[in-house]
Write a protein that binds this ligand. Structure first.
Ligand code: EPZ
Length: 416
């Protein structure tokens, strides 16, 4: 158990280089399994979800190692088409190997993936798509087995713009015979990153970043280097930390659209954003404006991965705010923890009703998921007194050096 000990009331000031995107790095590592050449991923975040993906790709027979924030993967050899349960249980990203291994090896056996317990998180869209591409899908007590000697391109109509299902179909389609069209594809920027890297490997993909993606041609063996985009959720998390604790923070990023879906809300809350070509500067307001209603939505809407962090900030807003979580059915874990700090929040179904209080008070808090953990750190930075955030290992699944980063910005936080 890791404990983050925070003394509230210290504003954040200074510059921060935002880590590489967790949700881009994971599919890019799965894509590297498809490349029989050498893939170098630069700007990868140093987080445990990435380490978990590297453990899996080594288990599958590839050589893979890290040099600071670069990952080098040699995909020339592979000698397994099964992934043991303990390797898939910790992170949802492991699911992305299903499409890649099925496409390259013609068979994949693995348990149902783990990840944050923010809902049931089924994988039916993924498996239905593989079946439509010609795979035989067998459900066993210990997981799933998919087999298909040669996947066939076809049209996949996703019932919901699922990020993981869109990525898994793309990973399968670049080795399929014939073109694949994905209708109602997710549009998160991390998917465009995956497409761009696959195009560097020779794939021909139309509609990158749109709801209709057509994979027309597959990949070839190549040695490539790719730089991972900045993590837009990490950037948004630091922006909300500055809003809650007060301050003026400059986030260095390598994509201009990093704050899409987050910036509009920042302005409505009274947070000033100043954009440069490789940074976004966050200047906190004198108070936090409440938000009468906000709903989490697929990209480019307000991201569900920022919902908990928003709740922490709005718990000190100047009125009543309402959040509706429309993506996951169990993503209000932090409500009970914020109530320990004196917040005034009640939930009814998918909605949370937040009456802002003048200030929160420090408390001992339990982390139950990745983004919720970051949200509790934000609350501690703003609270009166000492907050101890007890984390069984969720936060460093997705955030690189969060305590060091916040401390270097002036926050009074350390790992005990
Ligand atoms: C990805 O998860 C992200 N994870 C999540 O980030 C993110 O919250 C989510 O997309 C939504 O943006 C990674 O990229 C590794 P989905 P994913 O498939 O792919 C339902 C974080 O904190 N669904 O878009 O699992 C599902 O239950 C994590 O970084 C099905 O019903 O999300 C959910 O209600 C948390 N059947 C909705 O779709 C399926 O087969 C969206 O899920 C697949 C999904």
């Amino acid at each position: 158990m890791q404990s983050y000990v925070i003394e509230g009331g210290y504003p954040l000031k200074g510059e921060l280089v935002v880590q590489g995107s967790k949700n881009a790095a994971l599919p890019l590592i799965a894509a590297a399994f498809l490349n029989e050449g050498i893939t170098v991923l630069n700007g990868c975040p140093d987080i445990s979800d990435v380490d978990n993906m590297l453990e899996i790709i080594r288990h599958l027979g590839c050589k893979a190692y890290k040099e600071k924030n670069s990952i080098i993967i040699n995909g020339s050899l592979t000698d397994r088409d099964e992934i043991p349960a303990d390797m898939v249980k910790s992170a949802r990203g492991s699911m992305l190997f299903m499409g890649a291994v099925l496409a390259r090896c013609g068979c994949i056996s693995m348990d149902y993936p783990g990840g944050c317990m923010i809902g049931e998180r089924p994988v039916n869209y993924h498996l239905d798509a593989f079946e439509k591409m010609g795979a035989d899908v067998a459900y066993k007590s210990e997981g799933i087995k998919c087999t298909c000697a040669q996947l066939k391109g076809c049209t996949i109509n996703l019932p919901f713009p699922s990020v993981g299902a869109t990525e898994n179909v793309i990973l399968a389609a670049v080795k399929a015979k014939g073109a694949t069209t994905i209708i109602n594809a997710a549009m998160e920027p991390e998917i465009a990153e995956l497409c761009r890297m696959l195009c560097m490997l020779g794939a021909e993909i139309e509609g990158i970043g749109s709801k209709i993606i057509i994979i027309k041609k597959g990949i070839k063996k190549r040695d490539i280097q790719y730089t991972v985009m900045s993590d837009r959720i990490a950037a948004g998390t630091y922006a909300y930390a500055a809003a809650a604790a007060g301050g003026d923070v400059c986030c260095i990023v390598n994509r201009e659209d990093v704050m899409t879906g987050i910036s509009v809300l920042c302005k409505r809350m009274g947070i000033k954003l100043v954009y440069g070509n490789d940074y976004v500067r966050i200047i906190s307001g004198k108070k936090i404006n409440s938000i009468p209603y906000i709903k989490t939505e697929p990209y480019p809407g307000f991201p569900t991965d920022m919902q908990s962090q928003l709740m922490s900030v709005l718990s000190m807003g100047d009125g009543i705010s309402v959040i509706e979580e429309s993506i996951f059915e169990k993503r209000y874990h932090i409500v009970g923890e914020l109530l320990k700090m004196g917040a005034d929040i009640r939930t009814k179904g998918s909605k949370a009703y937040i009456r802002g209080v003048r200030s929160l008070k420090g408390a001992v808090l339990d982390v139950k998921d990745l983004r919720g953990g970051a949200a509790l750190i934000i609350a501690g930075l703003a609270a009166d007194g000492t907050t101890t955030v007890l984390d069984p290992g969720y936060i460093n699944r997705g955030y690189e050096r969060i305590a060091d980063n916040l401390s270097e910005l002036g926050g009074n936080i350390h790992l005990a």
